[in-house]
Design a binder for this molecule. Structure first.
Ligand SMILES: *Cc1c(COP(=O)(O)O)cnc(C)c1O
Length: 492
């Protein structure tokens, strides 16, 4: 299978090259030329298999230049018990119709682990497959969770090194400690005395500087990113939708071929695009519910066909969805309206911040998607009522998805993607269930209090932060040159 750009450039690449390269040369995103199919018989067979086998089977349809054995080895290592506990992506039953797909049993307690645990292994294999002599150097600018998930994913993976930059005063204490205490021989973490934009700008400057690339080249490295638009991050996300269906089939909740709805708390549109891909492969999904917070740009787009980022940006209690540019939406646009119109839309977006699709395109989208958003009050209320009614604790992002599913009022079994442990957003969750406000930096204290109030144990990766020693201390200035000096020092 070959991959092409959403913007119609002429390059066609194998999956290993796509994972190595990230973005297509014309600025578009890579998509498979055709979407492979998944038969009823395969679903039935997979429903008897453990998670890593499901992953290897689904991935082998997309990553055709990897052998099944390579993919199974990678999946077994990525989704091992030591990293994810007994089951990587369990489905919990809330009530007869609503089933929660828990995607946060990985090392950082959020769903990005599902992709970031396996993607570095796929990249490492890609270097051998493409005859690459240099090793990959990953640079990440983070405002919080992605940095830690990437560090855990790349930790001690062959032929890779990673440096994460974060704004010294722009992440929470818990996130700081998580990153500063990171283990692994090939990792580096660096605080900068600036904000997230400075960190992002510095990393972008390094990426676009030819001379720096040559310098790294002479030291045996090339730059690569852990960005969510990389197909290597998207493909592993398809797996858990198939897996959830398999589990519900195996336990007898679903009949063979029965349709489900899926609700996804959406920011960059990666997770829900993976669910859409599963549907296009043949997984019996009727509707995809795109759930947003107060930054409801996608709700508007899906319902009206107008994408307009000229609007206020809100900081919410579900921060991983505080986004005004949903990069992966480009992949959906491509599949529905082709490369030419998609390239036009993206051009308009960068020039004016707005584009509009035809009525026909909007109606096509509405055949597969429904879109809702939740206010902050609704999100808090959803956490509270879910806890009171079902004795089940959810985080703020999951609450947005569950409220979306409530609003859709579907008569189908609905799978709700739960993207973070409630303990990742403990102050908001504590407030929702008990009305207590917890201010300040004592993240261990707030987790303990939440555990007392809810009776739900703190997940091990968060509990074990208590008393961890900081390995990366100190900070640097926020100029690109200082950041580059840090990178050079690290690769030496
Ligand atoms: C990243 C993230 C999301 C949004 O997922 P997208 O793929 O960007 O749409 C939702 N919830 C949590 C907890 C996240 O970390």
């Amino acid at each position: 299978m070959l991959y092409i750009s959403t913007r119609g450039g002429s390059e066609k690449k194998r999956s290993a090259e796509v994972i190595k390269q990230g973005l297509a040369s014309d600025g578009g995103l890579f998509v498979p030329e055709t979407i492979p199919s998944l038969s009823k018989e395969e679903i039935a067979t997979l429903s008897k298999a453990p998670y890593p086998e499901r992953a290897a089977q689904i991935l082998s349809k997309f990553l055709t230049d990897y052998s099944y054995e390579e993919l199974l080895t990678a999946a077994n290592a990525a989704y091992s018990k030591s990293r994810f506990g007994p089951y990587a992506a369990p489905v919990k039953s809330l009530n007869e119709k609503q089933k929660i797909l828990e995607l946060w049993h990985g090392p950082t307690c959020a769903f990005k682990d599902m992709a970031l645990q396996i993607m570095p292994r796929l990249l490492s294999l890609a270097l051998d497959k493409t005859g690459e002599k240099r090793d990959a150097l990953i640079l990440v600018a983070t405002s919080g969770d992605t940095g830690k998930a990437a560090l855990e994913g790349y930790k001690d993976v062959n032929r890779t090194k990673i440096t994460v930059f974060y704004p010294e005063d722009g992440v929470s204490e818990a996130q700081k400690l998580q990153m500063a205490s990171q283990e692994g021989k090939n990792v580096n973490v660096c605080a900068i005395r600036g904000n997230f934009d400075d960190a992002q700008t510095g990393v972008k400057k390094i990426f676009s500087d030819r001379r720096k690339a040559q310098k790294l080249d002479s030291m045996g490295y090339f730059l690569s990113s852990a960005n969510s638009i990389n197909w290597g991050r998207l493909a592993p996300q398809i797996v858990y939708y198939v897996s959830a269906y398999c589990d519900l089939l195996a336990e007898g909740t679903l009949r063979e071929g029965e349709e489900i709805d899926v609700s996804v708390p959406t920011g960059n549109f990666g997770n829900i695009f993976a669910a859409y891909t599963a549907k296009k492969m043949g997984l019996p999904i009727r509707k995809l519910i795109c759930a947003s917070n107060k930054n409801n740009i996608l709700t508007d787009f899906i319902n009206t066909g107008v994408y307009d980022r000229n609007r206020p940006f809100y900081t919410t209690i579900s921060p991983s969805m505080d986004i005004l540019i949903s990069s992966n939406l480009e992949r959906l646009l491509y599949l529905i309206q082709g490369p030419k119109k998609t390239a036009e839309c993206m051009k308009k977006l960068s020039e004016t911040g707005r584009y509009e699709v035809s009525e026909e395109v909007r109606d096509t989208i509405l055949r597969d998607f429904e879109a809702y958003f939740s206010t902050e009050e609704e999100t808090i209320d959803e956490i509270k009522t879910t806890f009171e009614k079902y004795d089940y604790l959810i985080d703020t992002h999951t609450a947005v998805a569950l409220r979306g599913a409530d609003k859709a009022a579907s008569d189908k079994i609905t799978v709700i993607a739960s993207t973070a442990s409630p303990y990742k957003f403990a102050p908001s969750v504590l407030f929702a269930i008990s009305g207590e406000k917890f201010d300040g930096d004592d993240f261990i204290g707030v987790q303990k209090l939440l555990s007392q109030r809810s009776g739900v144990p703190i997940p091990e990766p968060l509990a074990s932060l208590e008393g961890k020693t900081r390995r990366f201390t100190g900070s640097i200035g926020s100029s690109p040159e200082e950041m580059w000096a840090e990178v050079e020092k690290f690769v030496r």
